[in-house]
Write a protein that binds this ligand. Structure first.
Ligand SMILES: [Zn+2]
Length: 368
């Protein structure tokens, strides 16, 4: 599948008083937005497709007040078997991190003080007419081969009847159901790790409920990973960790999909570590651990870019009485941006979920 960028984009960075500071050309990576549009189209597909042919187009939506070339949002349209004509609206803050980067360039050049607030606007020009000088920029392929999703059938209603909603479930998000055992295991592993951050991957199946239609994630298990910490602030999945994970999937014999990852924020230990507190000062200002740090976002973006991938943060959360409890929060892709999101946790064990299934099978996947 190819995406051609028919527009060249640039950012205008403005002082808080509206004065123009700089124009910076940007070449947005449209992959997350395109993946989102593709997943939206597949969720609505009534033909049973697990992959979309055709192309994806990104086009700017002009600002109603300022008009062209000012952009108010982006429209990403996937044309495919069942999803022809479906368009997703991608908000302007899709380019937020590009604006941040342009802002730090200004700081480096001494034109902006670190910490100063600035505003940004997005401008688009038909490719070839860019004032930024990159007029010969060629079309580029966002993706050459789109792997098909492995979809099993499942009744979303049967899952939801046995689940409780956790966090704010956003109407745009595809449903994610996490088995309670997975959640409990992560808490045990967090306690065992003490002051160390720990984590792993989330395994399960993508399921299609043809009656709605809808696609949802059924998170069945977690596999702890030997995460490398190159510094206190950055977790990474090493080659060893992936070898462990793939061995665990093979051993389970259920053909599960890696649906995302989880890791811990042992905030009560961080508070004892001056270095860590300094590094995470901004996020820890309110003493809560239920955030995705800039490093978490970077890892999610590079290692878990699929539109269905989620990241669970298991964190210490202070209570009003001064004690601590454990909190689970989920993050995932919405309109190509990593956002906090809700999920459903089963409140019964596997066996109870299995009675709703159509077939019998392995212990961990009796609904499939
Ligand atoms: Zn983190």
């Amino acid at each position: 599948m190819q995406t051609e960028d028919e527009y060249a984009y640039c950012l205008e960075l403005l002082r808080a008083d509206g004065g123009l500071m700089a124009r910076a050309p940007v070449v947005p990576d449209w992959q997350p937005a395109c993946d989102w549009a593709r997943l939206v189209a597949l969720r609505q597909d009534r033909t049973g497709a697990s992959t979309l042919g055709g192309s994806i187009k990104v086009r700017p939506v002009w600002d109603a007040a300022a008009g062209e070339p000012y952009v108010s949002s982006f429209e990403v349209a996937a044309s495919g078997s069942g999803g022809a004509g479906q368009a997703s609206d991608i908000p302007i803050n899709y380019l937020y991190r590009y604006a941040q980067r342009a802002g730090s360039d200004l700081v480096d050049r001494g034109e902006l003080e670190a910490g100063d607030t600035f505003l940004y606007r997005v401008l688009a020009f038909p490719a070839g007419a860019s004032p930024a000088g990159n007029s010969t920029r060629p079309r580029f392929d966002v993706e050459e081969v789109e792997p098909a999703l492995i979809l099993k059938e499942g009744s979303l209603q049967q899952y939801l009847e046995r689940s409780v909603a956790m966090g704010h479930v956003h109407g745009d998000d595809f449903p994610v159901v996490i088995r309670k055992e997975v959640v409990i295991e992560t808490a045990m592993l967090m306690r065992r790790a003490g002051a160390r951050e720990t984590g792993g991957v989330l395994l399960g199946h993508l399921r299609r409920d043809p009656d709605i239609p809808e696609i949802f994630a059924d998170v069945i298990a977690q596999v702890p990973a030997r995460l490398a910490e190159s510094s206190l602030a950055r977790l990474s999945f090493t080659g060893e960790a992936w070898a462990d994970i793939h061995a665990a999937i093979a051993e389970r014999g259920q053909g599960e999909t890696i649906l995302g990852w989880w890791h811990t924020h042992p905030v009560r230990h961080w508070r004892a570590s001056a270095e860590r507190v300094e590094q995470e000062a901004a996020e820890l200002a309110n003493r809560r651990g239920d955030f995705f740090s800039a490093d978490d976002c970077a890892l999610h973006r590079t290692v878990f870019p699929a539109a269905y991938s989620v990241g669970m943060v298991v964190s210490d959360l202070p209570t009003d009485s001064g004690s601590w409890q454990i909190n689970w929060s989920l993050f995932g892709w919405r309109r190509g941006i990593i956002e906090p999101r809700g999920y459903y946790m089963t409140h019964e064990r596997d066996e109870a979920v299995a009675t709703a299934g159509k077939s019998t099978g392995g212990h961990n996947d009796q609904t499939g």
